[in-house]
Design a protein. Structure first.
Ligand code: GLP
Length: 244
């Protein structure tokens, strides 16, 4: 779906999420959301916060799982995704703290494998993700599933692509400060979501959106695996769709 601008598109996506939360609430169910970081979803979170404050949207029945976190990374670090999510969403809504799950960037290395399989198991225990929000990196990554990621991959640690580290460098005040690793939900984990919405804004994303939507399905561009998912929508602004 192509929108005139990203702000309007973000509002439409936020309203879809709010509808799902209310629907689940009305049937006494939890709403299991997979959430993303980066600049793309910021306006969606802003609208959800507005709906909480002005329209009485409650997040008491919402359980969230974030896609990824740098590794190693402390929660307090302002570059952490933990910090980002609290700053943009969790600090401003009524979600119970125990319902928030973000990969822990300080898990000791020897516990990482077990930690990651527990993360997947917890998602499954809640009946899977009802809705997964995604951005896309210029390498074609979703979460931090860099080129080479298997279509059936699980939550795990991953080495970041050079392009990804270049793109993150400004936020870290130089590429040398960008972590080399991350923890990410796997492609298999993401693909199990009942509904997926991928956001992409701006000309910077036009090339990778073309490859993702029109290219052959391949581990070289992990986002192409979404072509096989039965309920995925790419929400684009005009600039991101300009190569299609
Ligand atoms: C990071 C995140 C991704 C995100 C991507 C794009 O690499 N791990 O989940 O989609 O950045 O970020 P932006 O939305 O700022 O372009």
């Amino acid at each position: 779906v192509i929108f005139k601008d990203s702000s309007l598109a973000s509002i439409v996506v936020a309203h879809e999420i709010a509808r799902l939360i209310r629907q689940k609430h009305d049937s006494n169910d939890n709403c299991i959301l997979g959430l993303a970081t980066g600049s793309s979803p910021i306006r969606v979170y802003e609208e959800l916060v507005r709906m909480h404050k002005e329209d009485g949207l409650s997040f008491e029945n919402v359980i969230t799982f974030n896609l990824d976190e740098y590794y190693p990374m402390t929660k307090e670090n302002i570059q952490s995704y933990h910090y980002f999510m609290h700053e943009h969403l969790f600090n401003h809504i009524d979600i119970p703290a125990k319902n928030v799950h973000i990969p822990d960037g300080m898990v000791p290395m020897h516990d990482l494998n077990q930690y990651c399989s527990q993360y997947d198991a917890l998602i499954d225990k809640h009946g899977g993700l009802d809705f997964q929000l995604l951005g896309i990196g210029r390498t074609g990554h979703i979460g931090f599933n860099e080129p080479g990621s298997h279509y059936n991959s699980k939550t795990r640690s991953i080495t970041l692509d050079h392009i990804t580290r270049v793109d993150a460098a400004p936020a870290f005040l130089g590429i040398d400060n960008v972590p080399r690793k991350a923890i990410t939900m796997g492609i298999g984990t993401i693909k199990k979501a009942k509904r997926i919405v991928l956001l992409a804004w701006g000309t910077n994303k036009a090339e990778i959106i073309k490859e993702t939507v029109e290219g052959e399905i391949s581990s070289e561009v992990p986002a192409t695996y979404l072509q096989e998912h039965p309920n995925t929508t790419f929400v684009l602004d005009r600039a991101a769709s300009s190569e299609l």
